[in-house]
Design a protein around this ligand. Structure first.
Ligand code: GLN
Length: 303
């Protein structure tokens, strides 16, 4: 299969919508991104990589980090995690407070902000450094030692993070955060503010295509946990547009408000597409279009 050709065609298919939507501006440091920027990369399960457009341009990974935090928490033995966070689609915006009160401080799933805060809290308890665990994993899987938190973006998030602080304090009132709220928020903002490019994320996501095996062949997760994470990505990874994403792209995927979407094709590899222009729900317009085209014309699909 000529992956370079398929990726170029996916970029051409996305071109008419590039520039549509707007970068996230509730985190001021993200607002200056160019909505028309675009990059896409795929990594096969054997580590072969192809890319197109600005695939080597680093961007803020934001909620894509939630996938790695969850995998790492489970790999460190976070067996009680599923008592503290559910695995149902929320049908609400990623930063919504609405279900938490009636559901007693247990977030619907690990990919909305409330659920991700619980996961970061668990990872902090298990490792002592949640942000560091995510950075180390991304560096090891991609071989790119320059991956790090962008501290200006982390500071911008922290300065405007009232909603996340509200979610965290609310869950703490139910006893569903075990560390200090301020420390959990600091790690969460720092984890979301990691900068990495499409190549890095495609390589780092490939463990889910390899059924839990890392790039060096060692096992991060059992097959069962890898399967479960892919399943929850499919149903909950793109917020309240998970149904639309499943319909158009048909893959487990995780989006972030930096404009990245990382999608997994079990047994084949991982694809990361990025463009900062977001739709009303917070998913990248250009990345969705490119992934839809790619999965419609290649045999990289689960359906
Ligand atoms: N850091 C962002 C937030 O907490 C992540 C949201 C996202 O990418 N959907 O709001």
């Amino acid at each position: 299969m000529d992956y370079g050709e398929l990726l170029s065609e996916a970029m051409e298919a996305a071109r008419p919508v590039l520039g549509r939507g707007a970068p996230a501006d509730y985190i001021p440091a993200l607002a200056c991104a160019d909505p028309a920027d675009f990059g896409m990369a795929l990594a096969t399960v054997d580590g072969e990589v192809h890319g197109v457009g600005e695939w080597r341009k680093a961007f803020s990974i934001q909620s894509v980090s939630k996938l790695f935090a969850l995998a790492l928490a489970l790999s460190h033995g976070g067996t009680t995690l599923w008592q503290r966070v559910g695995r149902e689609p929320s049908g609400n915006p990623f930063n919504s407070l609405i279900q938490l009160e009636s559901e007693h401080g247990i977030p619907r799933n690990p990919f909305i902000n409330a659920g991700a805060l619980v996961v970061t809290d668990a990872l902090l308890s298990l490792t002592g450094d949640a942000r560091g665990a995510v950075v180390d994993f991304l560096r090891a899987e991609s071989g790119n030692m320059s991956i790090d938190t962008d501290h200006a973006i982390a500071a911008s998030e922290a300065g405007h993070g009232h909603r996340n602080a509200a979610l965290a304090h609310f869950m703490a009132s139910f006893g569903n955060l075990h560390n200090e709220v301020e420390e959990v928020l600091e790690h969460y903002f720092a984890q979301c503010s990691i900068s990495a490019d499409c190549r890095d994320l495609a390589l780092a996501g490939s463990f889910l295509a390899r059924h839990g095996l890392r790039a060096d062949g060692s096992r991060l997760l059992g097959r069962g946990d890898a399967k479960r994470i892919n399943a929850v990505l499919l149903t909950c990874g793109t917020y309240d547009a998970a149904g639309e994403f499943a319909y158009r792209v048909g893959l487990p995927g995780k989006s972030g408000v930096g404009g990245g979407i990382l999608a997994i094709v079990p047994g084949r590899g991982a694809i990361c597409a990025w463009s900062p222009g977001l739709d009303a729900v917070g998913n990248s317009v250009g990345a969705m279009a490119a992934l839809e085209d790619f999965t419609s014309r290649s045999d990289w699909s689960v359906f």
